[in-house]
Design a protein around this ligand. Structure first.
Ligand code: NAD
Length: 263
């Protein structure tokens, strides 16, 4: 085991309120591509970025038709949690996980077994659909059935408005209570562990310097450098599915409840 990994293991063991911040990189080993990694959707096809921009989505029916086709074929429907996700379940079972803040929309942390109350989905979820006019929400699969049945751009059955996955697109505001909850948790952390994120999407990337300035140690596990590497106390490179299990491997239970509850 490398020196950095050994040190990080000790810190994880010592910590009581770990906040984990995950990004698309934790799900690539489950077959869901990231955006900016070497095999990322945008690295390979920069035009795909348009489909994630709310301005094009709202103004261009062709973009919506393409987006619905992409949702139909989304790898999340078949994806299974990988050893990286399972390691975070072990971390929660050890009593050290304060919050699991995720930029991912795939729901794999909950499928793996992390408690829904611990998971803060700052960029929403692909498992639900929302109406952009009346805020109606419903399960994604029901709307996908309508697409399969031939509706290329299904409209809200309540009000005729534009439907979209309940994810935050570029140009769209975050849900204030959700991002506030994530930032509050980061400020309460004694260790912030960033996993599989390029830390280039704001404001959530600010969780890293915020935790650091509130006194937390910062560990970054990512295959590539990030703009926050200078803030980190330990930098771990390598495949998440290999490194993350090692980080939690020897943890005993720490039957301590967090003294600052995540609200
Ligand atoms: P990103 O694509 O910007 O960065 C992912 C990082 O993970 C890259 O730096 C890459 O080198 C690293 N990485 C990829 N696979 C890895 C592995 N197996 N081991 C170690 N490192 C690995 O992702 P981001 O920072 O999360 O930002 C992208 C945005 O796109 C997020 O806001 C998220 O909402 C969304 N997104 C989500 C999913 C998903 O839900 N699975 C997938 C793609 C994009």
């Amino acid at each position: 085991m490398g020196h950095e990994l050994e040190r990080a293991c000790e810190w994880v063991d010592e910590s009581r309120r770990i906040v984990v911040l995950t990004g698309a990189g934790i799900s690539t080993e489950s077959g869901i591509p990231d955006f900016r990694g070497p095999q990322g959707l945008w690295t390979k096809n920069p035009k795909a970025e348009k489909l994630s921009d709310i301005r094009y989505y709202m103004s261009d029916p062709e973009v919506r038709r393409l987006a619905w086709q992409q949702r139909l074929a989304h790898p999340a429907w078949q994806a299974k949690p990988n050893p990286g996700h399972l390691a975070l379940v072990s971390l929660e079972e050890s009593g050290r996980l304060h919050a699991l803040v995720t930029q991912n929309i795939d729901g794999l942390h909950q499928v793996a077994g992390n408690s829904p109350e611990k998971v803060v989905e700052v960029h929403g979820t692909i498992h639900q659909v929302v109406c952009m006019s009346c805020d109606w929400r419903g399960p994604m699969q029901t709307t996908l059935e309508r697409v399969r049945a031939g509706e290329e751009d299904p409209a809200c059955r309540n009000c005729g408005g534009i439907l979209k996955s309940a994810t935050i697109s570029f140009g769209q505001s975050l849900v204030p209570e959700v991002i506030d909850r994530a930032m509050r948790a980061a400020g309460q952390a004694d260790l912030l562990l960033a996993v599989g994120t390029s830390l280039s999407v704001y404001p959530v990337a600010n969780a890293v310097p915020l935790a650091k300035s509130a006194g937390a140690r910062v560990v970054i596990l990512n295959a590539e450098p990030t703009p926050m590497d200078s803030v980190a106390d330990a930098l771990l490179r390598g495949a998440i599915g290999e490194v993350l299990p090692k980080l939690v491997d020897k943890l005993g239970p720490r039957h301590l409840t967090s003294d600052k509850r995540l609200t």
